[in-house]
Design a protein around this ligand. Structure first.
Ligand SMILES: [Zn+2]
Length: 309
């Protein structure tokens, strides 16, 4: 146990505020929120749909239609407080997941009630694009229980990083839809810049690496990225800076058109992020496997040590 190289780099930072959405992190368990509100329009033949009181454009309505058709159930949506108690600001804008019975759920941060219909539609649309990938059979990835780090089981201490990584890959897959609808301009992803300033050198770790990659991939502003680069240099986060750049390159170079094309990109990203090799296999006991595969992540012994015990 504990053979993969992530054990060499203990992680002190598990969750940063820059998460735009945690669509993957909640997929594995049914929601514990009682009283989920049914807000879907009950007239499926109209060309536009209404969700959370927002009239969706034709394209977003078609995403909702497709998700519901594939899942065979109406999508449930609600406004909710998505940040932990004591959070300094509204960091998480939206989440989405499938319940254990295969119902698609979209949750939008309550702060959007005051931000207006257009921004709310942008978050709804973004989460529907994640849900559409699930409904089309795109996989999620979960650490197998035997993968260990110095801080404990990877499934306990590292899963949030994997979820963020999968989100980044999925954002690449549906970047064109976000651009076409203009939603990419409506959602502000830049709060990591301010959060990063307040961190310590010792906060460096995989989350810091992912946050750099996210900025490099999703900020459409070289000046902001330069500013972030200077912060990383000043903090001494050289490893996260170089790994973050490589991670962004791997994801930027991907051109995923089918569910089976995700795993190679995921494994290439993991090898940059942890400087270790992993393998994945479908979890055959996964309850929603008829909708999409849940892939279990296994640590792979470095080639030079194979056979040495
Ligand atoms: Zn997202």
């Amino acid at each position: 146990m504990g053979e993969n190289s992530s054990t060499k780099w203990p992680l002190r930072v598990k969750a940063f505020g820059a998460a735009f959405c945690l669509s993957a992190s909640l997929c594995l368990c049914p929601p514990s929120t009682p009283g989920l509100q049914r807000v879907v329009s009950d007239t499926p033949r109209q060309t536009t749909r209404t969700l959370l009181g927002v009239r969706l454009g034709a394209e977003v309505s078609s995403w909702l239609d497709e998700v519901e058709k594939r899942l065979g159930e109406e999508v449930y949506a609600e406004f909710a407080e998505l940040d932990e108690a004591g959070a300094a600001a509204d960091y998480t804008l939206g989440v989405s997941y499938l319940t254990g019975t295969g119902v698609g759920v979209v949750r939008v941060d309550e702060s959007f009630r005051a931000r207006g219909a257009k921004q709310t539609e942008a978050v709804i649309g973004h989460e529907l694009l994640h849900l559409r990938l699930r409904a089309r059979g795109y996989p999620l990835f979960l650490f197998s229980p035997e993968v260990m780090t110095v801080k404990g089981r990877a499934e306990d201490v590292e899963q949030s990083n994997v979820n963020d990584l999968v989100s980044l890959i999925e954002h690449r897959i549906f970047a064109e839809e976000m651009r076409r609808t203009g939603f990419d301009k409506l959602i502000d992803l830049t709060n990591w810049l301010e959060s990063a300033r307040g961190k310590r050198r010792s906060d460096e770790g995989q989350a810091v690496t992912i946050n750099y990659a996210r900025a490099a991939l999703e900020w459409d502003d070289p000046r902001l990225l330069d500013e972030l680069t200077r912060i990383y240099r000043a903090k001494g986060w050289e490893r996260s800076l170089s790994d973050g750049r490589r991670l962004a390159d791997v994801i930027r170079a991907s051109n995923i058109k089918a569910p089976g094309e995700v795993a190679p990109v995921f494994l290439g990203s993991m090898s940059v992020l942890y400087r270790a090799d992993f393998s994945v296999e479908a979890d055959r006991r996964f309850a929603l496997s008829r909708t999409y595969p849940q892939m279990l992540i296994h640590a792979r012994r470095p080639a030079r040590r194979r056979g040495v015990r």
